[in-house]
Design a protein around this ligand. Structure first.
Ligand code: ADP
Ligand code: MG
Length: 845
């Protein structure tokens, strides 16, 4: 058992604006416990009321300043947790901080660079590397990915994400068994046998989450995400299975609604926007108070799920992410305060070992067989079955002849069979009672035999007792198994036939029994499923279905998309990554060629050495010498060349392997960016079409204003934004300011810069925004089809085109760029061929 308080770390994000100095300082030397001092400026700028304290000091295990890279974070924070996880302890790492402070960056990673990959991909990489090295145990790894939004749990890896929206999927709910273990109903578990499979699941979950997100449901800032790795390990032949869970948690933004204007109380009276974080704090407070018996875990889903990770059987680590800018000082102080409370909690991590009942039954059955064999040795023959009629008759005949035999030395020989011996006594008693007794001599001779019986009988009884005990044990274990099965069936209501469920708590993702055999159980049939939808086909079709992108896109729409893509800020990232990917590919290809060369060189050298050897031996024979007198220098030289070549081969092979991981990661990043882009295009297209429909003379030739005023707020906002587009540049709205304001509502939409103020929105809603900004062009001159959907598509296209022309992108429109190696229009269809073909072959010859 390992007793430990929750470890707390702080990470300071690089500021958006560089000139933010003197707000904090880090003292690393202070009695070896580093501390972070946040200095509140005395001025009242930004409406920041400060008449109480000047600076706040907080202690952390370690503080990572702006320049700390992802590798450092992994090495110092995640690696120790991953190590104890591999040893069989539960582990949790959670990031806590306001929106935009770097939680997702720390836990999952940045969306652009390979070097920005965060704790999850690095931990997966580390875990699989370690598992591969250890052949002493049989390991099984499963992944689950849960999102909690508004107290509702969503399975981010549910295969039905493909077909339905988040709301239509069954909610993940919490079940508690009589032992107060938490089970998560409707959360799927997917086996991952390699780093690549696990990484695919991570990206799949992230993509599902992004797709489900709407401006009204800002999942990325308001939901908690729990990525869990489940590991089972077992030594070959052992009946104990070890289970460990590793939760990697990206919490919702911790921002609070402050009671502004209350002098000096600003920092203490703020309330969380996210209610479940309030409950998390309640739990933390309760846990840090000594002698508190009741811990209010049940108040929220998140605290229930993390119950044994907060003040339980777990090695827990918290990362306080801080965006230390002037306007974020209050939030940063709250985050640090929360961390200080968390640091008081003591956890006791124990190894989760479990006896596998199926393996135990097998072992007991074997023992019984051994006992039976022993019994047979003592008693002569197996004696479970009753004696047959013929045997009984034979015995009685023997008894009769024995009794009739006048020889005092005569013996009744029935063999070492207790059944026969018993039957003989039984029969003799009967004869005696029937007064058919012959002579006293017979009885005395019989008593001789009887003398040696009690000993055997004793032994026999003992063995029978043991047998009975074992039988009982087996019965109990069989009942246990049955109950277990029933529980699983009850707990996991199966809405669809292919639904896979699992028990989240201490119960094995690993089916009881040895792993190979276990594959037959429904619990473990996840692997095939995981494979199914981590495949590329799944991803690309998901892209189409989820974004509403039709499989057959009209030319106009495609053209509009191409332009949209070109103007989109993300396309720079995609293009950059494409370039890097190209480089990596050519690097991999060159490396592959060198590897092949090295391989054939090794072959040649080996051949040469053999030849040389044969020559030497032949020479020796011809000169009548068994062994050449001197070590052959030529051969020595060849051998050292061979060693050198082998070393070179190994280095290149390792590099190629690392390249492969990088290539895969980059491809996943690009896939995700493309889905995002397409999703945003669809939103823009739909809004555009809706507005046009409303304003189109073909639809409404009388009143332009009225229907527009009836449009929803978001539509209105967007139209306003779109009408501004011609004057301002397009850009993706940057990170939120930490509060949910008008900008935040559209945080993931494409917005013109700068973000309009609430006033400007008001104005715009009363004017006629759309027509004003478009050059006069008779829309009605376009031939329409009469089908409203098609017409709106046509109109949207024409309008998009107008705008683009206005933005002087005509030249771009004409000069279609040459097709890149990895086309962004075809998300992931050709990547399998690129990476997994020759690269895989090379790596797994
Ligand atoms: P959160 O998840 O807390 O809301 P994000 O992780 O999304 O915040 O970070 C907000 C932005 O800041 C992202 O664009 C991210 O790439 C960037 N960012 C966060 N932390 C760092 C860091 N340590 N170094 C560089 N960029 C960072
Ligand atoms: Mg985030």
């Amino acid at each position: 058992m390992v007793k430990q308080t929750i470890q707390i770390f702080a990470r300071v994000k690089p500021p958006v604006r560089k000139h933010q100095q003197g707000i904090y300082s880090i003292d690393e030397d202070e009695k070896l416990i580093p501390s972070l001092e946040i200095i509140v400026p005395r001025d009242l700028a930004d409406g920041f009321v400060n008449n109480k304290r000047e600076s706040y000091k907080f202690k952390f295990q370690r503080i990572f300043d702006q320049d700390a890279n992802q590798e450092t974070i992994f090495e110092n924070i995640a690696k120790p947790v991953a190590e104890s996880f591999l040893a069989g302890y539960n582990g949790t790492i959670f990031a806590y901080g306001q929106t935009g402070s770097g939680k997702t960056f720390t836990i999952t990673g940045g969306a652009e660079r390979y070097s920005d990959r965060g704790i999850i991909p690095r931990t997966l990489s580390y875990i699989f590397e370690q598992l591969q090295k250890d052949s002493s145990k049989i390991y099984t790894t499963h992944i689950s990915y849960l999102e909690i939004y508004n107290e509702c749990g969503h399975d981010l890896l549910d295969p039905r994400h493909e077909a339905s929206s988040l709301e239509d999927l069954p909610k993940v709910t919490i079940l508690e068994d009589p032992d107060q273990n938490i089970h998560l109903k409707n959360l799927s578990l997917h086996q991952a046998t390699t780093e690549e499979e696990a990484l695919n699941l991570l990206f799949l979950g992230d993509t599902n989450r992004m797709i489900a997100e709407t401006p009204m449901n800002q999942a990325s800032t308001r939901s908690h995400c729990i990525f869990t790795v489940h590991l089972s390990s077992k030594e070959p032949g052992s009946v104990t299975v070890r289970h460990a869970k590793l939760h990697l948690v990206d919490l919702a933004g911790s921002e609070r609604v402050a009671k502004t204007g209350v002098g000096g109380h600003l920092l203490t009276e703020a309330k969380y926007i996210n209610l479940s974080l309030h409950y998390l704090e309640q739990v933390i407070i309760a846990l840090s108070e000594k002698h508190r018996s009741h811990i209010p875990y049940r108040n929220s889903m998140m605290t229930s799920v993390l119950r044994d990770s907060l003040g339980g059987n777990c090695m827990t680590t918290m990362i306080a992410t801080l965006s230390l800018e002037k306007r974020n000082l209050d939030e940063s102080i709250s985050t640090c305060r929360f961390a200080q409370r968390v640091a008081l909690i003591k956890n006791e991590a124990v190894l989760n070992e479990e006896i596998d009942p199926r393996l135990m039954i097998k072992r007991l059955q074997k023992e019984i067989q051994e006992l039976k064999d022993e019994l047979a040795m003592v008693t002569g023959e197996p004696r479970t079955e009753a004696l047959t009629e013929a045997e009984l008759l034979q015995l009685e005949k023997l008894i009769t002849s024995f009794l009739e035999d006048q020889d005092p030395e005569s013996r009744l020989e029935v063999g070492a069979d207790m059944r026969k011996i018993h039957h003989c006594f039984h029969h003799l008693k009967k004869l005696l009672n029937d007064k058919k007794i012959l002579g006293s001599s017979t009885v005395s001779s019989e008593s001789k035999d009887q003398d040696c019986q009690p000993l055997k009988e004793d032994e026999y009884r003992k063995l029978q007792d043991i047998l009975k005990q074992r039988d009982n044990e087996i019965n109990i274990l069989v009942n246990m198994l049955k109950k277990e099965k029933k529980k699983v069936q009850e707990a996991l209501y199966l809405p669809a036939k292919d639904r896979r469920e699992f028990r989240h708590s201490q119960n094995p993702p690993f089916p009881p029994g040895n792993p190979e055999e276990g594959q037959k159980l429904p619990l473990s049939s996840a692997p095939s499923q995981a494979q199914d939808f981590s495949t590329l086909g799944y991803r690309s079709s998901l892209l189409h279905r989820k974004t509403g992108m039709r499989e057959e896109v009209s030319l106009g729409r495609q053209e509009a998309f191409e332009i949209f893509k070109r103007d989109h800020a993300d396309s720079v990232t995609i293009d950059d990554n494409k370039q890097i990917l190209k480089q990596r590919f050519s690097e991999a290809k060159a490396l592959g060629e060198s590897i092949n060369e090295a391989r054939s060189k090794i072959g040649h050298l080996k051949e040469e050495i053999t030849q040389r050897h044969i020559q030497q031996v032949a020479l020796g024979i011809s000169e009548n010498m068994a062994v050449p007198p001197m070590p052959d220098q030529q051969e020595e030289k060849l051998r050292s060349q061979l060693e050198e070549e082998k070393r070179r081969y190994k280095t290149m092979f390792t590099r190629l392997k690392a390249l492969k991981v990088e290539i895969e990661h980059l491809q996943l990043l690009m896939d995700k960016a493309k889905v995002k882009l397409q999703k945003e295009f669809e939103v823009w297209w739909a809004e555009e079409a809706a507005n046009l429909q409303v304003n189109s003379p073909a639809v409404n030739s009388l009143d332009h204003k009225k229907p527009f005023l009836q449009a929803s707020d978001s539509q209105r906002e967007l139209s306003q934004l779109l009408s501004n587009k011609s004057s301002g540049g397009w850009e993706v709205q940057g990170q939120g300011a930490g509060r949910f304001n008008a900008c935040d509502v559209n945080a993931r939409k494409i917005l013109p810069s700068p973000c309009p103020s609430p006033q400007s929105q008001k104005q715009s809603s009363t004017s006629t925004p759309l027509e004003d900004s478009i050059p006069e062009r008779p829309v009605s001159s376009i031939p329409l089809t009469g089908d409203s959907q098609t017409d709106s598509d046509i109109l949207a296209f024409i309008k998009a085109r107008e705008r683009i022309l206005q933005k002087k992108y005509v030249q771009l429109l004409c000069s279609l760029s040459p097709k890149p190696a990895v086309s962004s229009a075809q998300p992931s269809t050709n990547r399998k061929g690129l990476s997994d073909g020759w690269l895989d072959n090379l790596l797994n010859p």
